[in-house]
Structure formats: C-alpha cells, structure tokens
Design a protein around this ligand. Sequence first.
Ligand code: 13P
Ligand code: SF4
Length: 352
Amino acid sequence: APSDPGLVERAARAKAALGDRVFVLGHHYQRDEVIQFADVTGDSFKLAREAAARPDAEYIVFCGVHFMAESADILTSDSQRVVLPDLAAGCSMADMAALVQVEKAWDRFAELGIAGEIVPVTYMNSSADIKGFVGRNNGVVCTSSNAETALRWSFEQGTKVFFLPDQHLGRNTAVLKMGMSLDDCVLYDPHKPGGGLTDEQLRGAKMILWRGHCSVHGRFTLDSVHDVRERVPGVNVLVHPECKHEVVTAADYVGSTEYIIKTIEAAPAGSAWAVGTELNLVRRLANAHPDKQIMFLDRNICYCSTMNRIDLPHLVWALEELVAGRVPNQITVDAETAHHARVALDRMLALP
Ligand code: 13P
Ligand code: SF4
C-alpha cells in the first residue's frame, strides 16, 4: 500500500529539521515506506560499517532489529545515541541463544578438556551478550557475507568451531564453502541435557552448531525449489544461507542480501529468478527490475514479522521525538559487555 501522505510529509519535515544530526540506516528487509527515508540501506555487515563510519551523527536511527541497533551502539562513540523506532523489533533467531545457555555449553566443553581448542564464532544475528562471550573467548563475529572468511580465520586459531546461533549458516558454510562433511558437524541443543551430544560426538566434531534458525528462511523447503523449477523452466534459484542445507544445496546461487541484490542487478534482461529470502526485499527487487522475471521462491512464506514492526508511524514518532529534544527507545549496551563484544566485532571488521 502507498504510504500515508501526511506521515510522509511529517517524516520528511522532521528529518530535514534534524539535518546532519541524524543518520537513518535501513536494512534490506525493511518496508518501502521506511526505506524511502534511509540515508543508507544494506545488509547487516554493511550497516555495521556505516554506523561506525558516522562519528558526526548525534543520532543513529536504526531501521532494522534489536541486535543490529546493539551492534551500532557498540561500534559508535559514547556520545552518539542509537534509536530503534520500535523496541518490539527483536529477532527470533537471536533470542534462541541466551548467555546462560551458552556458558553452560562452554562449561561442558571445558569439563571435557576441549574448550581450549574451540573457537567460538557468532553470527551477527545474536545479542550483545553473546558477542561479548565470543570476544572474551578469543572468537569472532561473522555475517552472511563473510562467514567463510571468519571460519577460515577460526580454523587457524583452533581445531573446532562453536557456531552460534544459526545452525544453517554454520552448516552451509562448513560444508559448501570449506569442504567439510555433514558428519563433521554436530548439533548442540540447549534444551537437552548435555546439549543432546555424547562426549565422543563432541570430541569428534569440527563444527559444533547451536540449534538456532531463522523463522523466515528456515521455512523454505526442497519442495519449493522443485516446484518452481517445474513451473518456470530455466529459472535460477537464488537463496540466503540461512535456508536449510537441502534448500541451499538444490539452489543455483547462495549469498547474503547484498549478494542477492548484486546478482539480480547483474542478471541479463529476460532471465527468471526465484529468490529465497525476505519478502520486502524480493518485492522491491521485482519492482526495480521489470525487465527480469523475479519471483518469491515460496508463495506461502511471508515477511519477517519483527523487521516489519518498524513502520512509518514508528519512524515518524522517533524522528519527531528527536526534534523535540527527547531520545526515544535508545539502545545501550553496558560498558563491560560492549568492550568484549567490540573485540569480537573488530576482529570481524579486520578480516581480509
Ligand atoms: P544479512 O543482512 O547479513 O544478509 O542477514 C539477513 C538477516 O536475516 C538479517 O536479519
Ligand atoms: Fe531474525 Fe530471520 Fe528476521 Fe533476520 S529475517 S531478523 S534472522 S527472524
């Protein structure tokens, strides 16, 4: 639906009043009505770098989800304030790994005598607490655009990786990019005693995957890939690495949201693409490339509900509060956690 013209005008007026004091970041999964006010759009990696590169902006308004705003707070200076227009914009994947659970797993590895050889790696899609844990234990953060590089670095530091919280990104990167086998990977389930793994399984594994997943990407199925290939002969299947291993294996191309966009932009006119990622992004790509046939990989899968919580009314409210001299929904990470999380984030930003 087109944006309410009254709200569009109010957002534009508030943004103009704030000028360079505000910088608005928009993740690719945000609604069109929000994206139109973003100073920059990107995947989570690009947005983390952009936030760090704006030392003059007093306010960073983060149109994305909670863990992204936390990362922005960690990477920006103390005087900068990060605002999340709706505090309910969390991430179900990030919520699947709580610090107490992760510390319990690590204790088990320590008792087994293998913690010293394990490098913890956390996907950007995790809380600041988890990034802090990883920083304290000589690990690194990764995103879907640098997971392979992060894993290569990690296997230079140790012989095993403890990958949090997305089992699919971990498995897909290990098997499809690093040449490991599925048997090299084990799944640690925080809801089972001992993670549901025997000592032997833990000793033998190269990748210990946390049992977490994305509630949007985890829903694409192998059947949806087969169906679209039947319906649309010659279609290219392009998916995000948060999809299940069988889906990624059956696809033609796999990569982060930035990669997905670049691939579509470079595709020849007339080519057909079934894209397995969030709906806002796929729809925007289809609208931007009417000369290409761009479709959603599975018509039954919808928006990321938490990303979608940031809508134009929330953005207008946040901007108008800033104009009025108040800072709404500020996201802050405590200094101790931020210090360790920053170590893990800086290690990522320093990867080749
Ligand atoms: P990227 O932005 O790293 O592609 O991750 C996708 C995602 O699920 C963000 O929440
Ligand atoms: Fe989290 Fe998935 Fe939504 Fe990204 S798309 S914010 S990983 S639930």
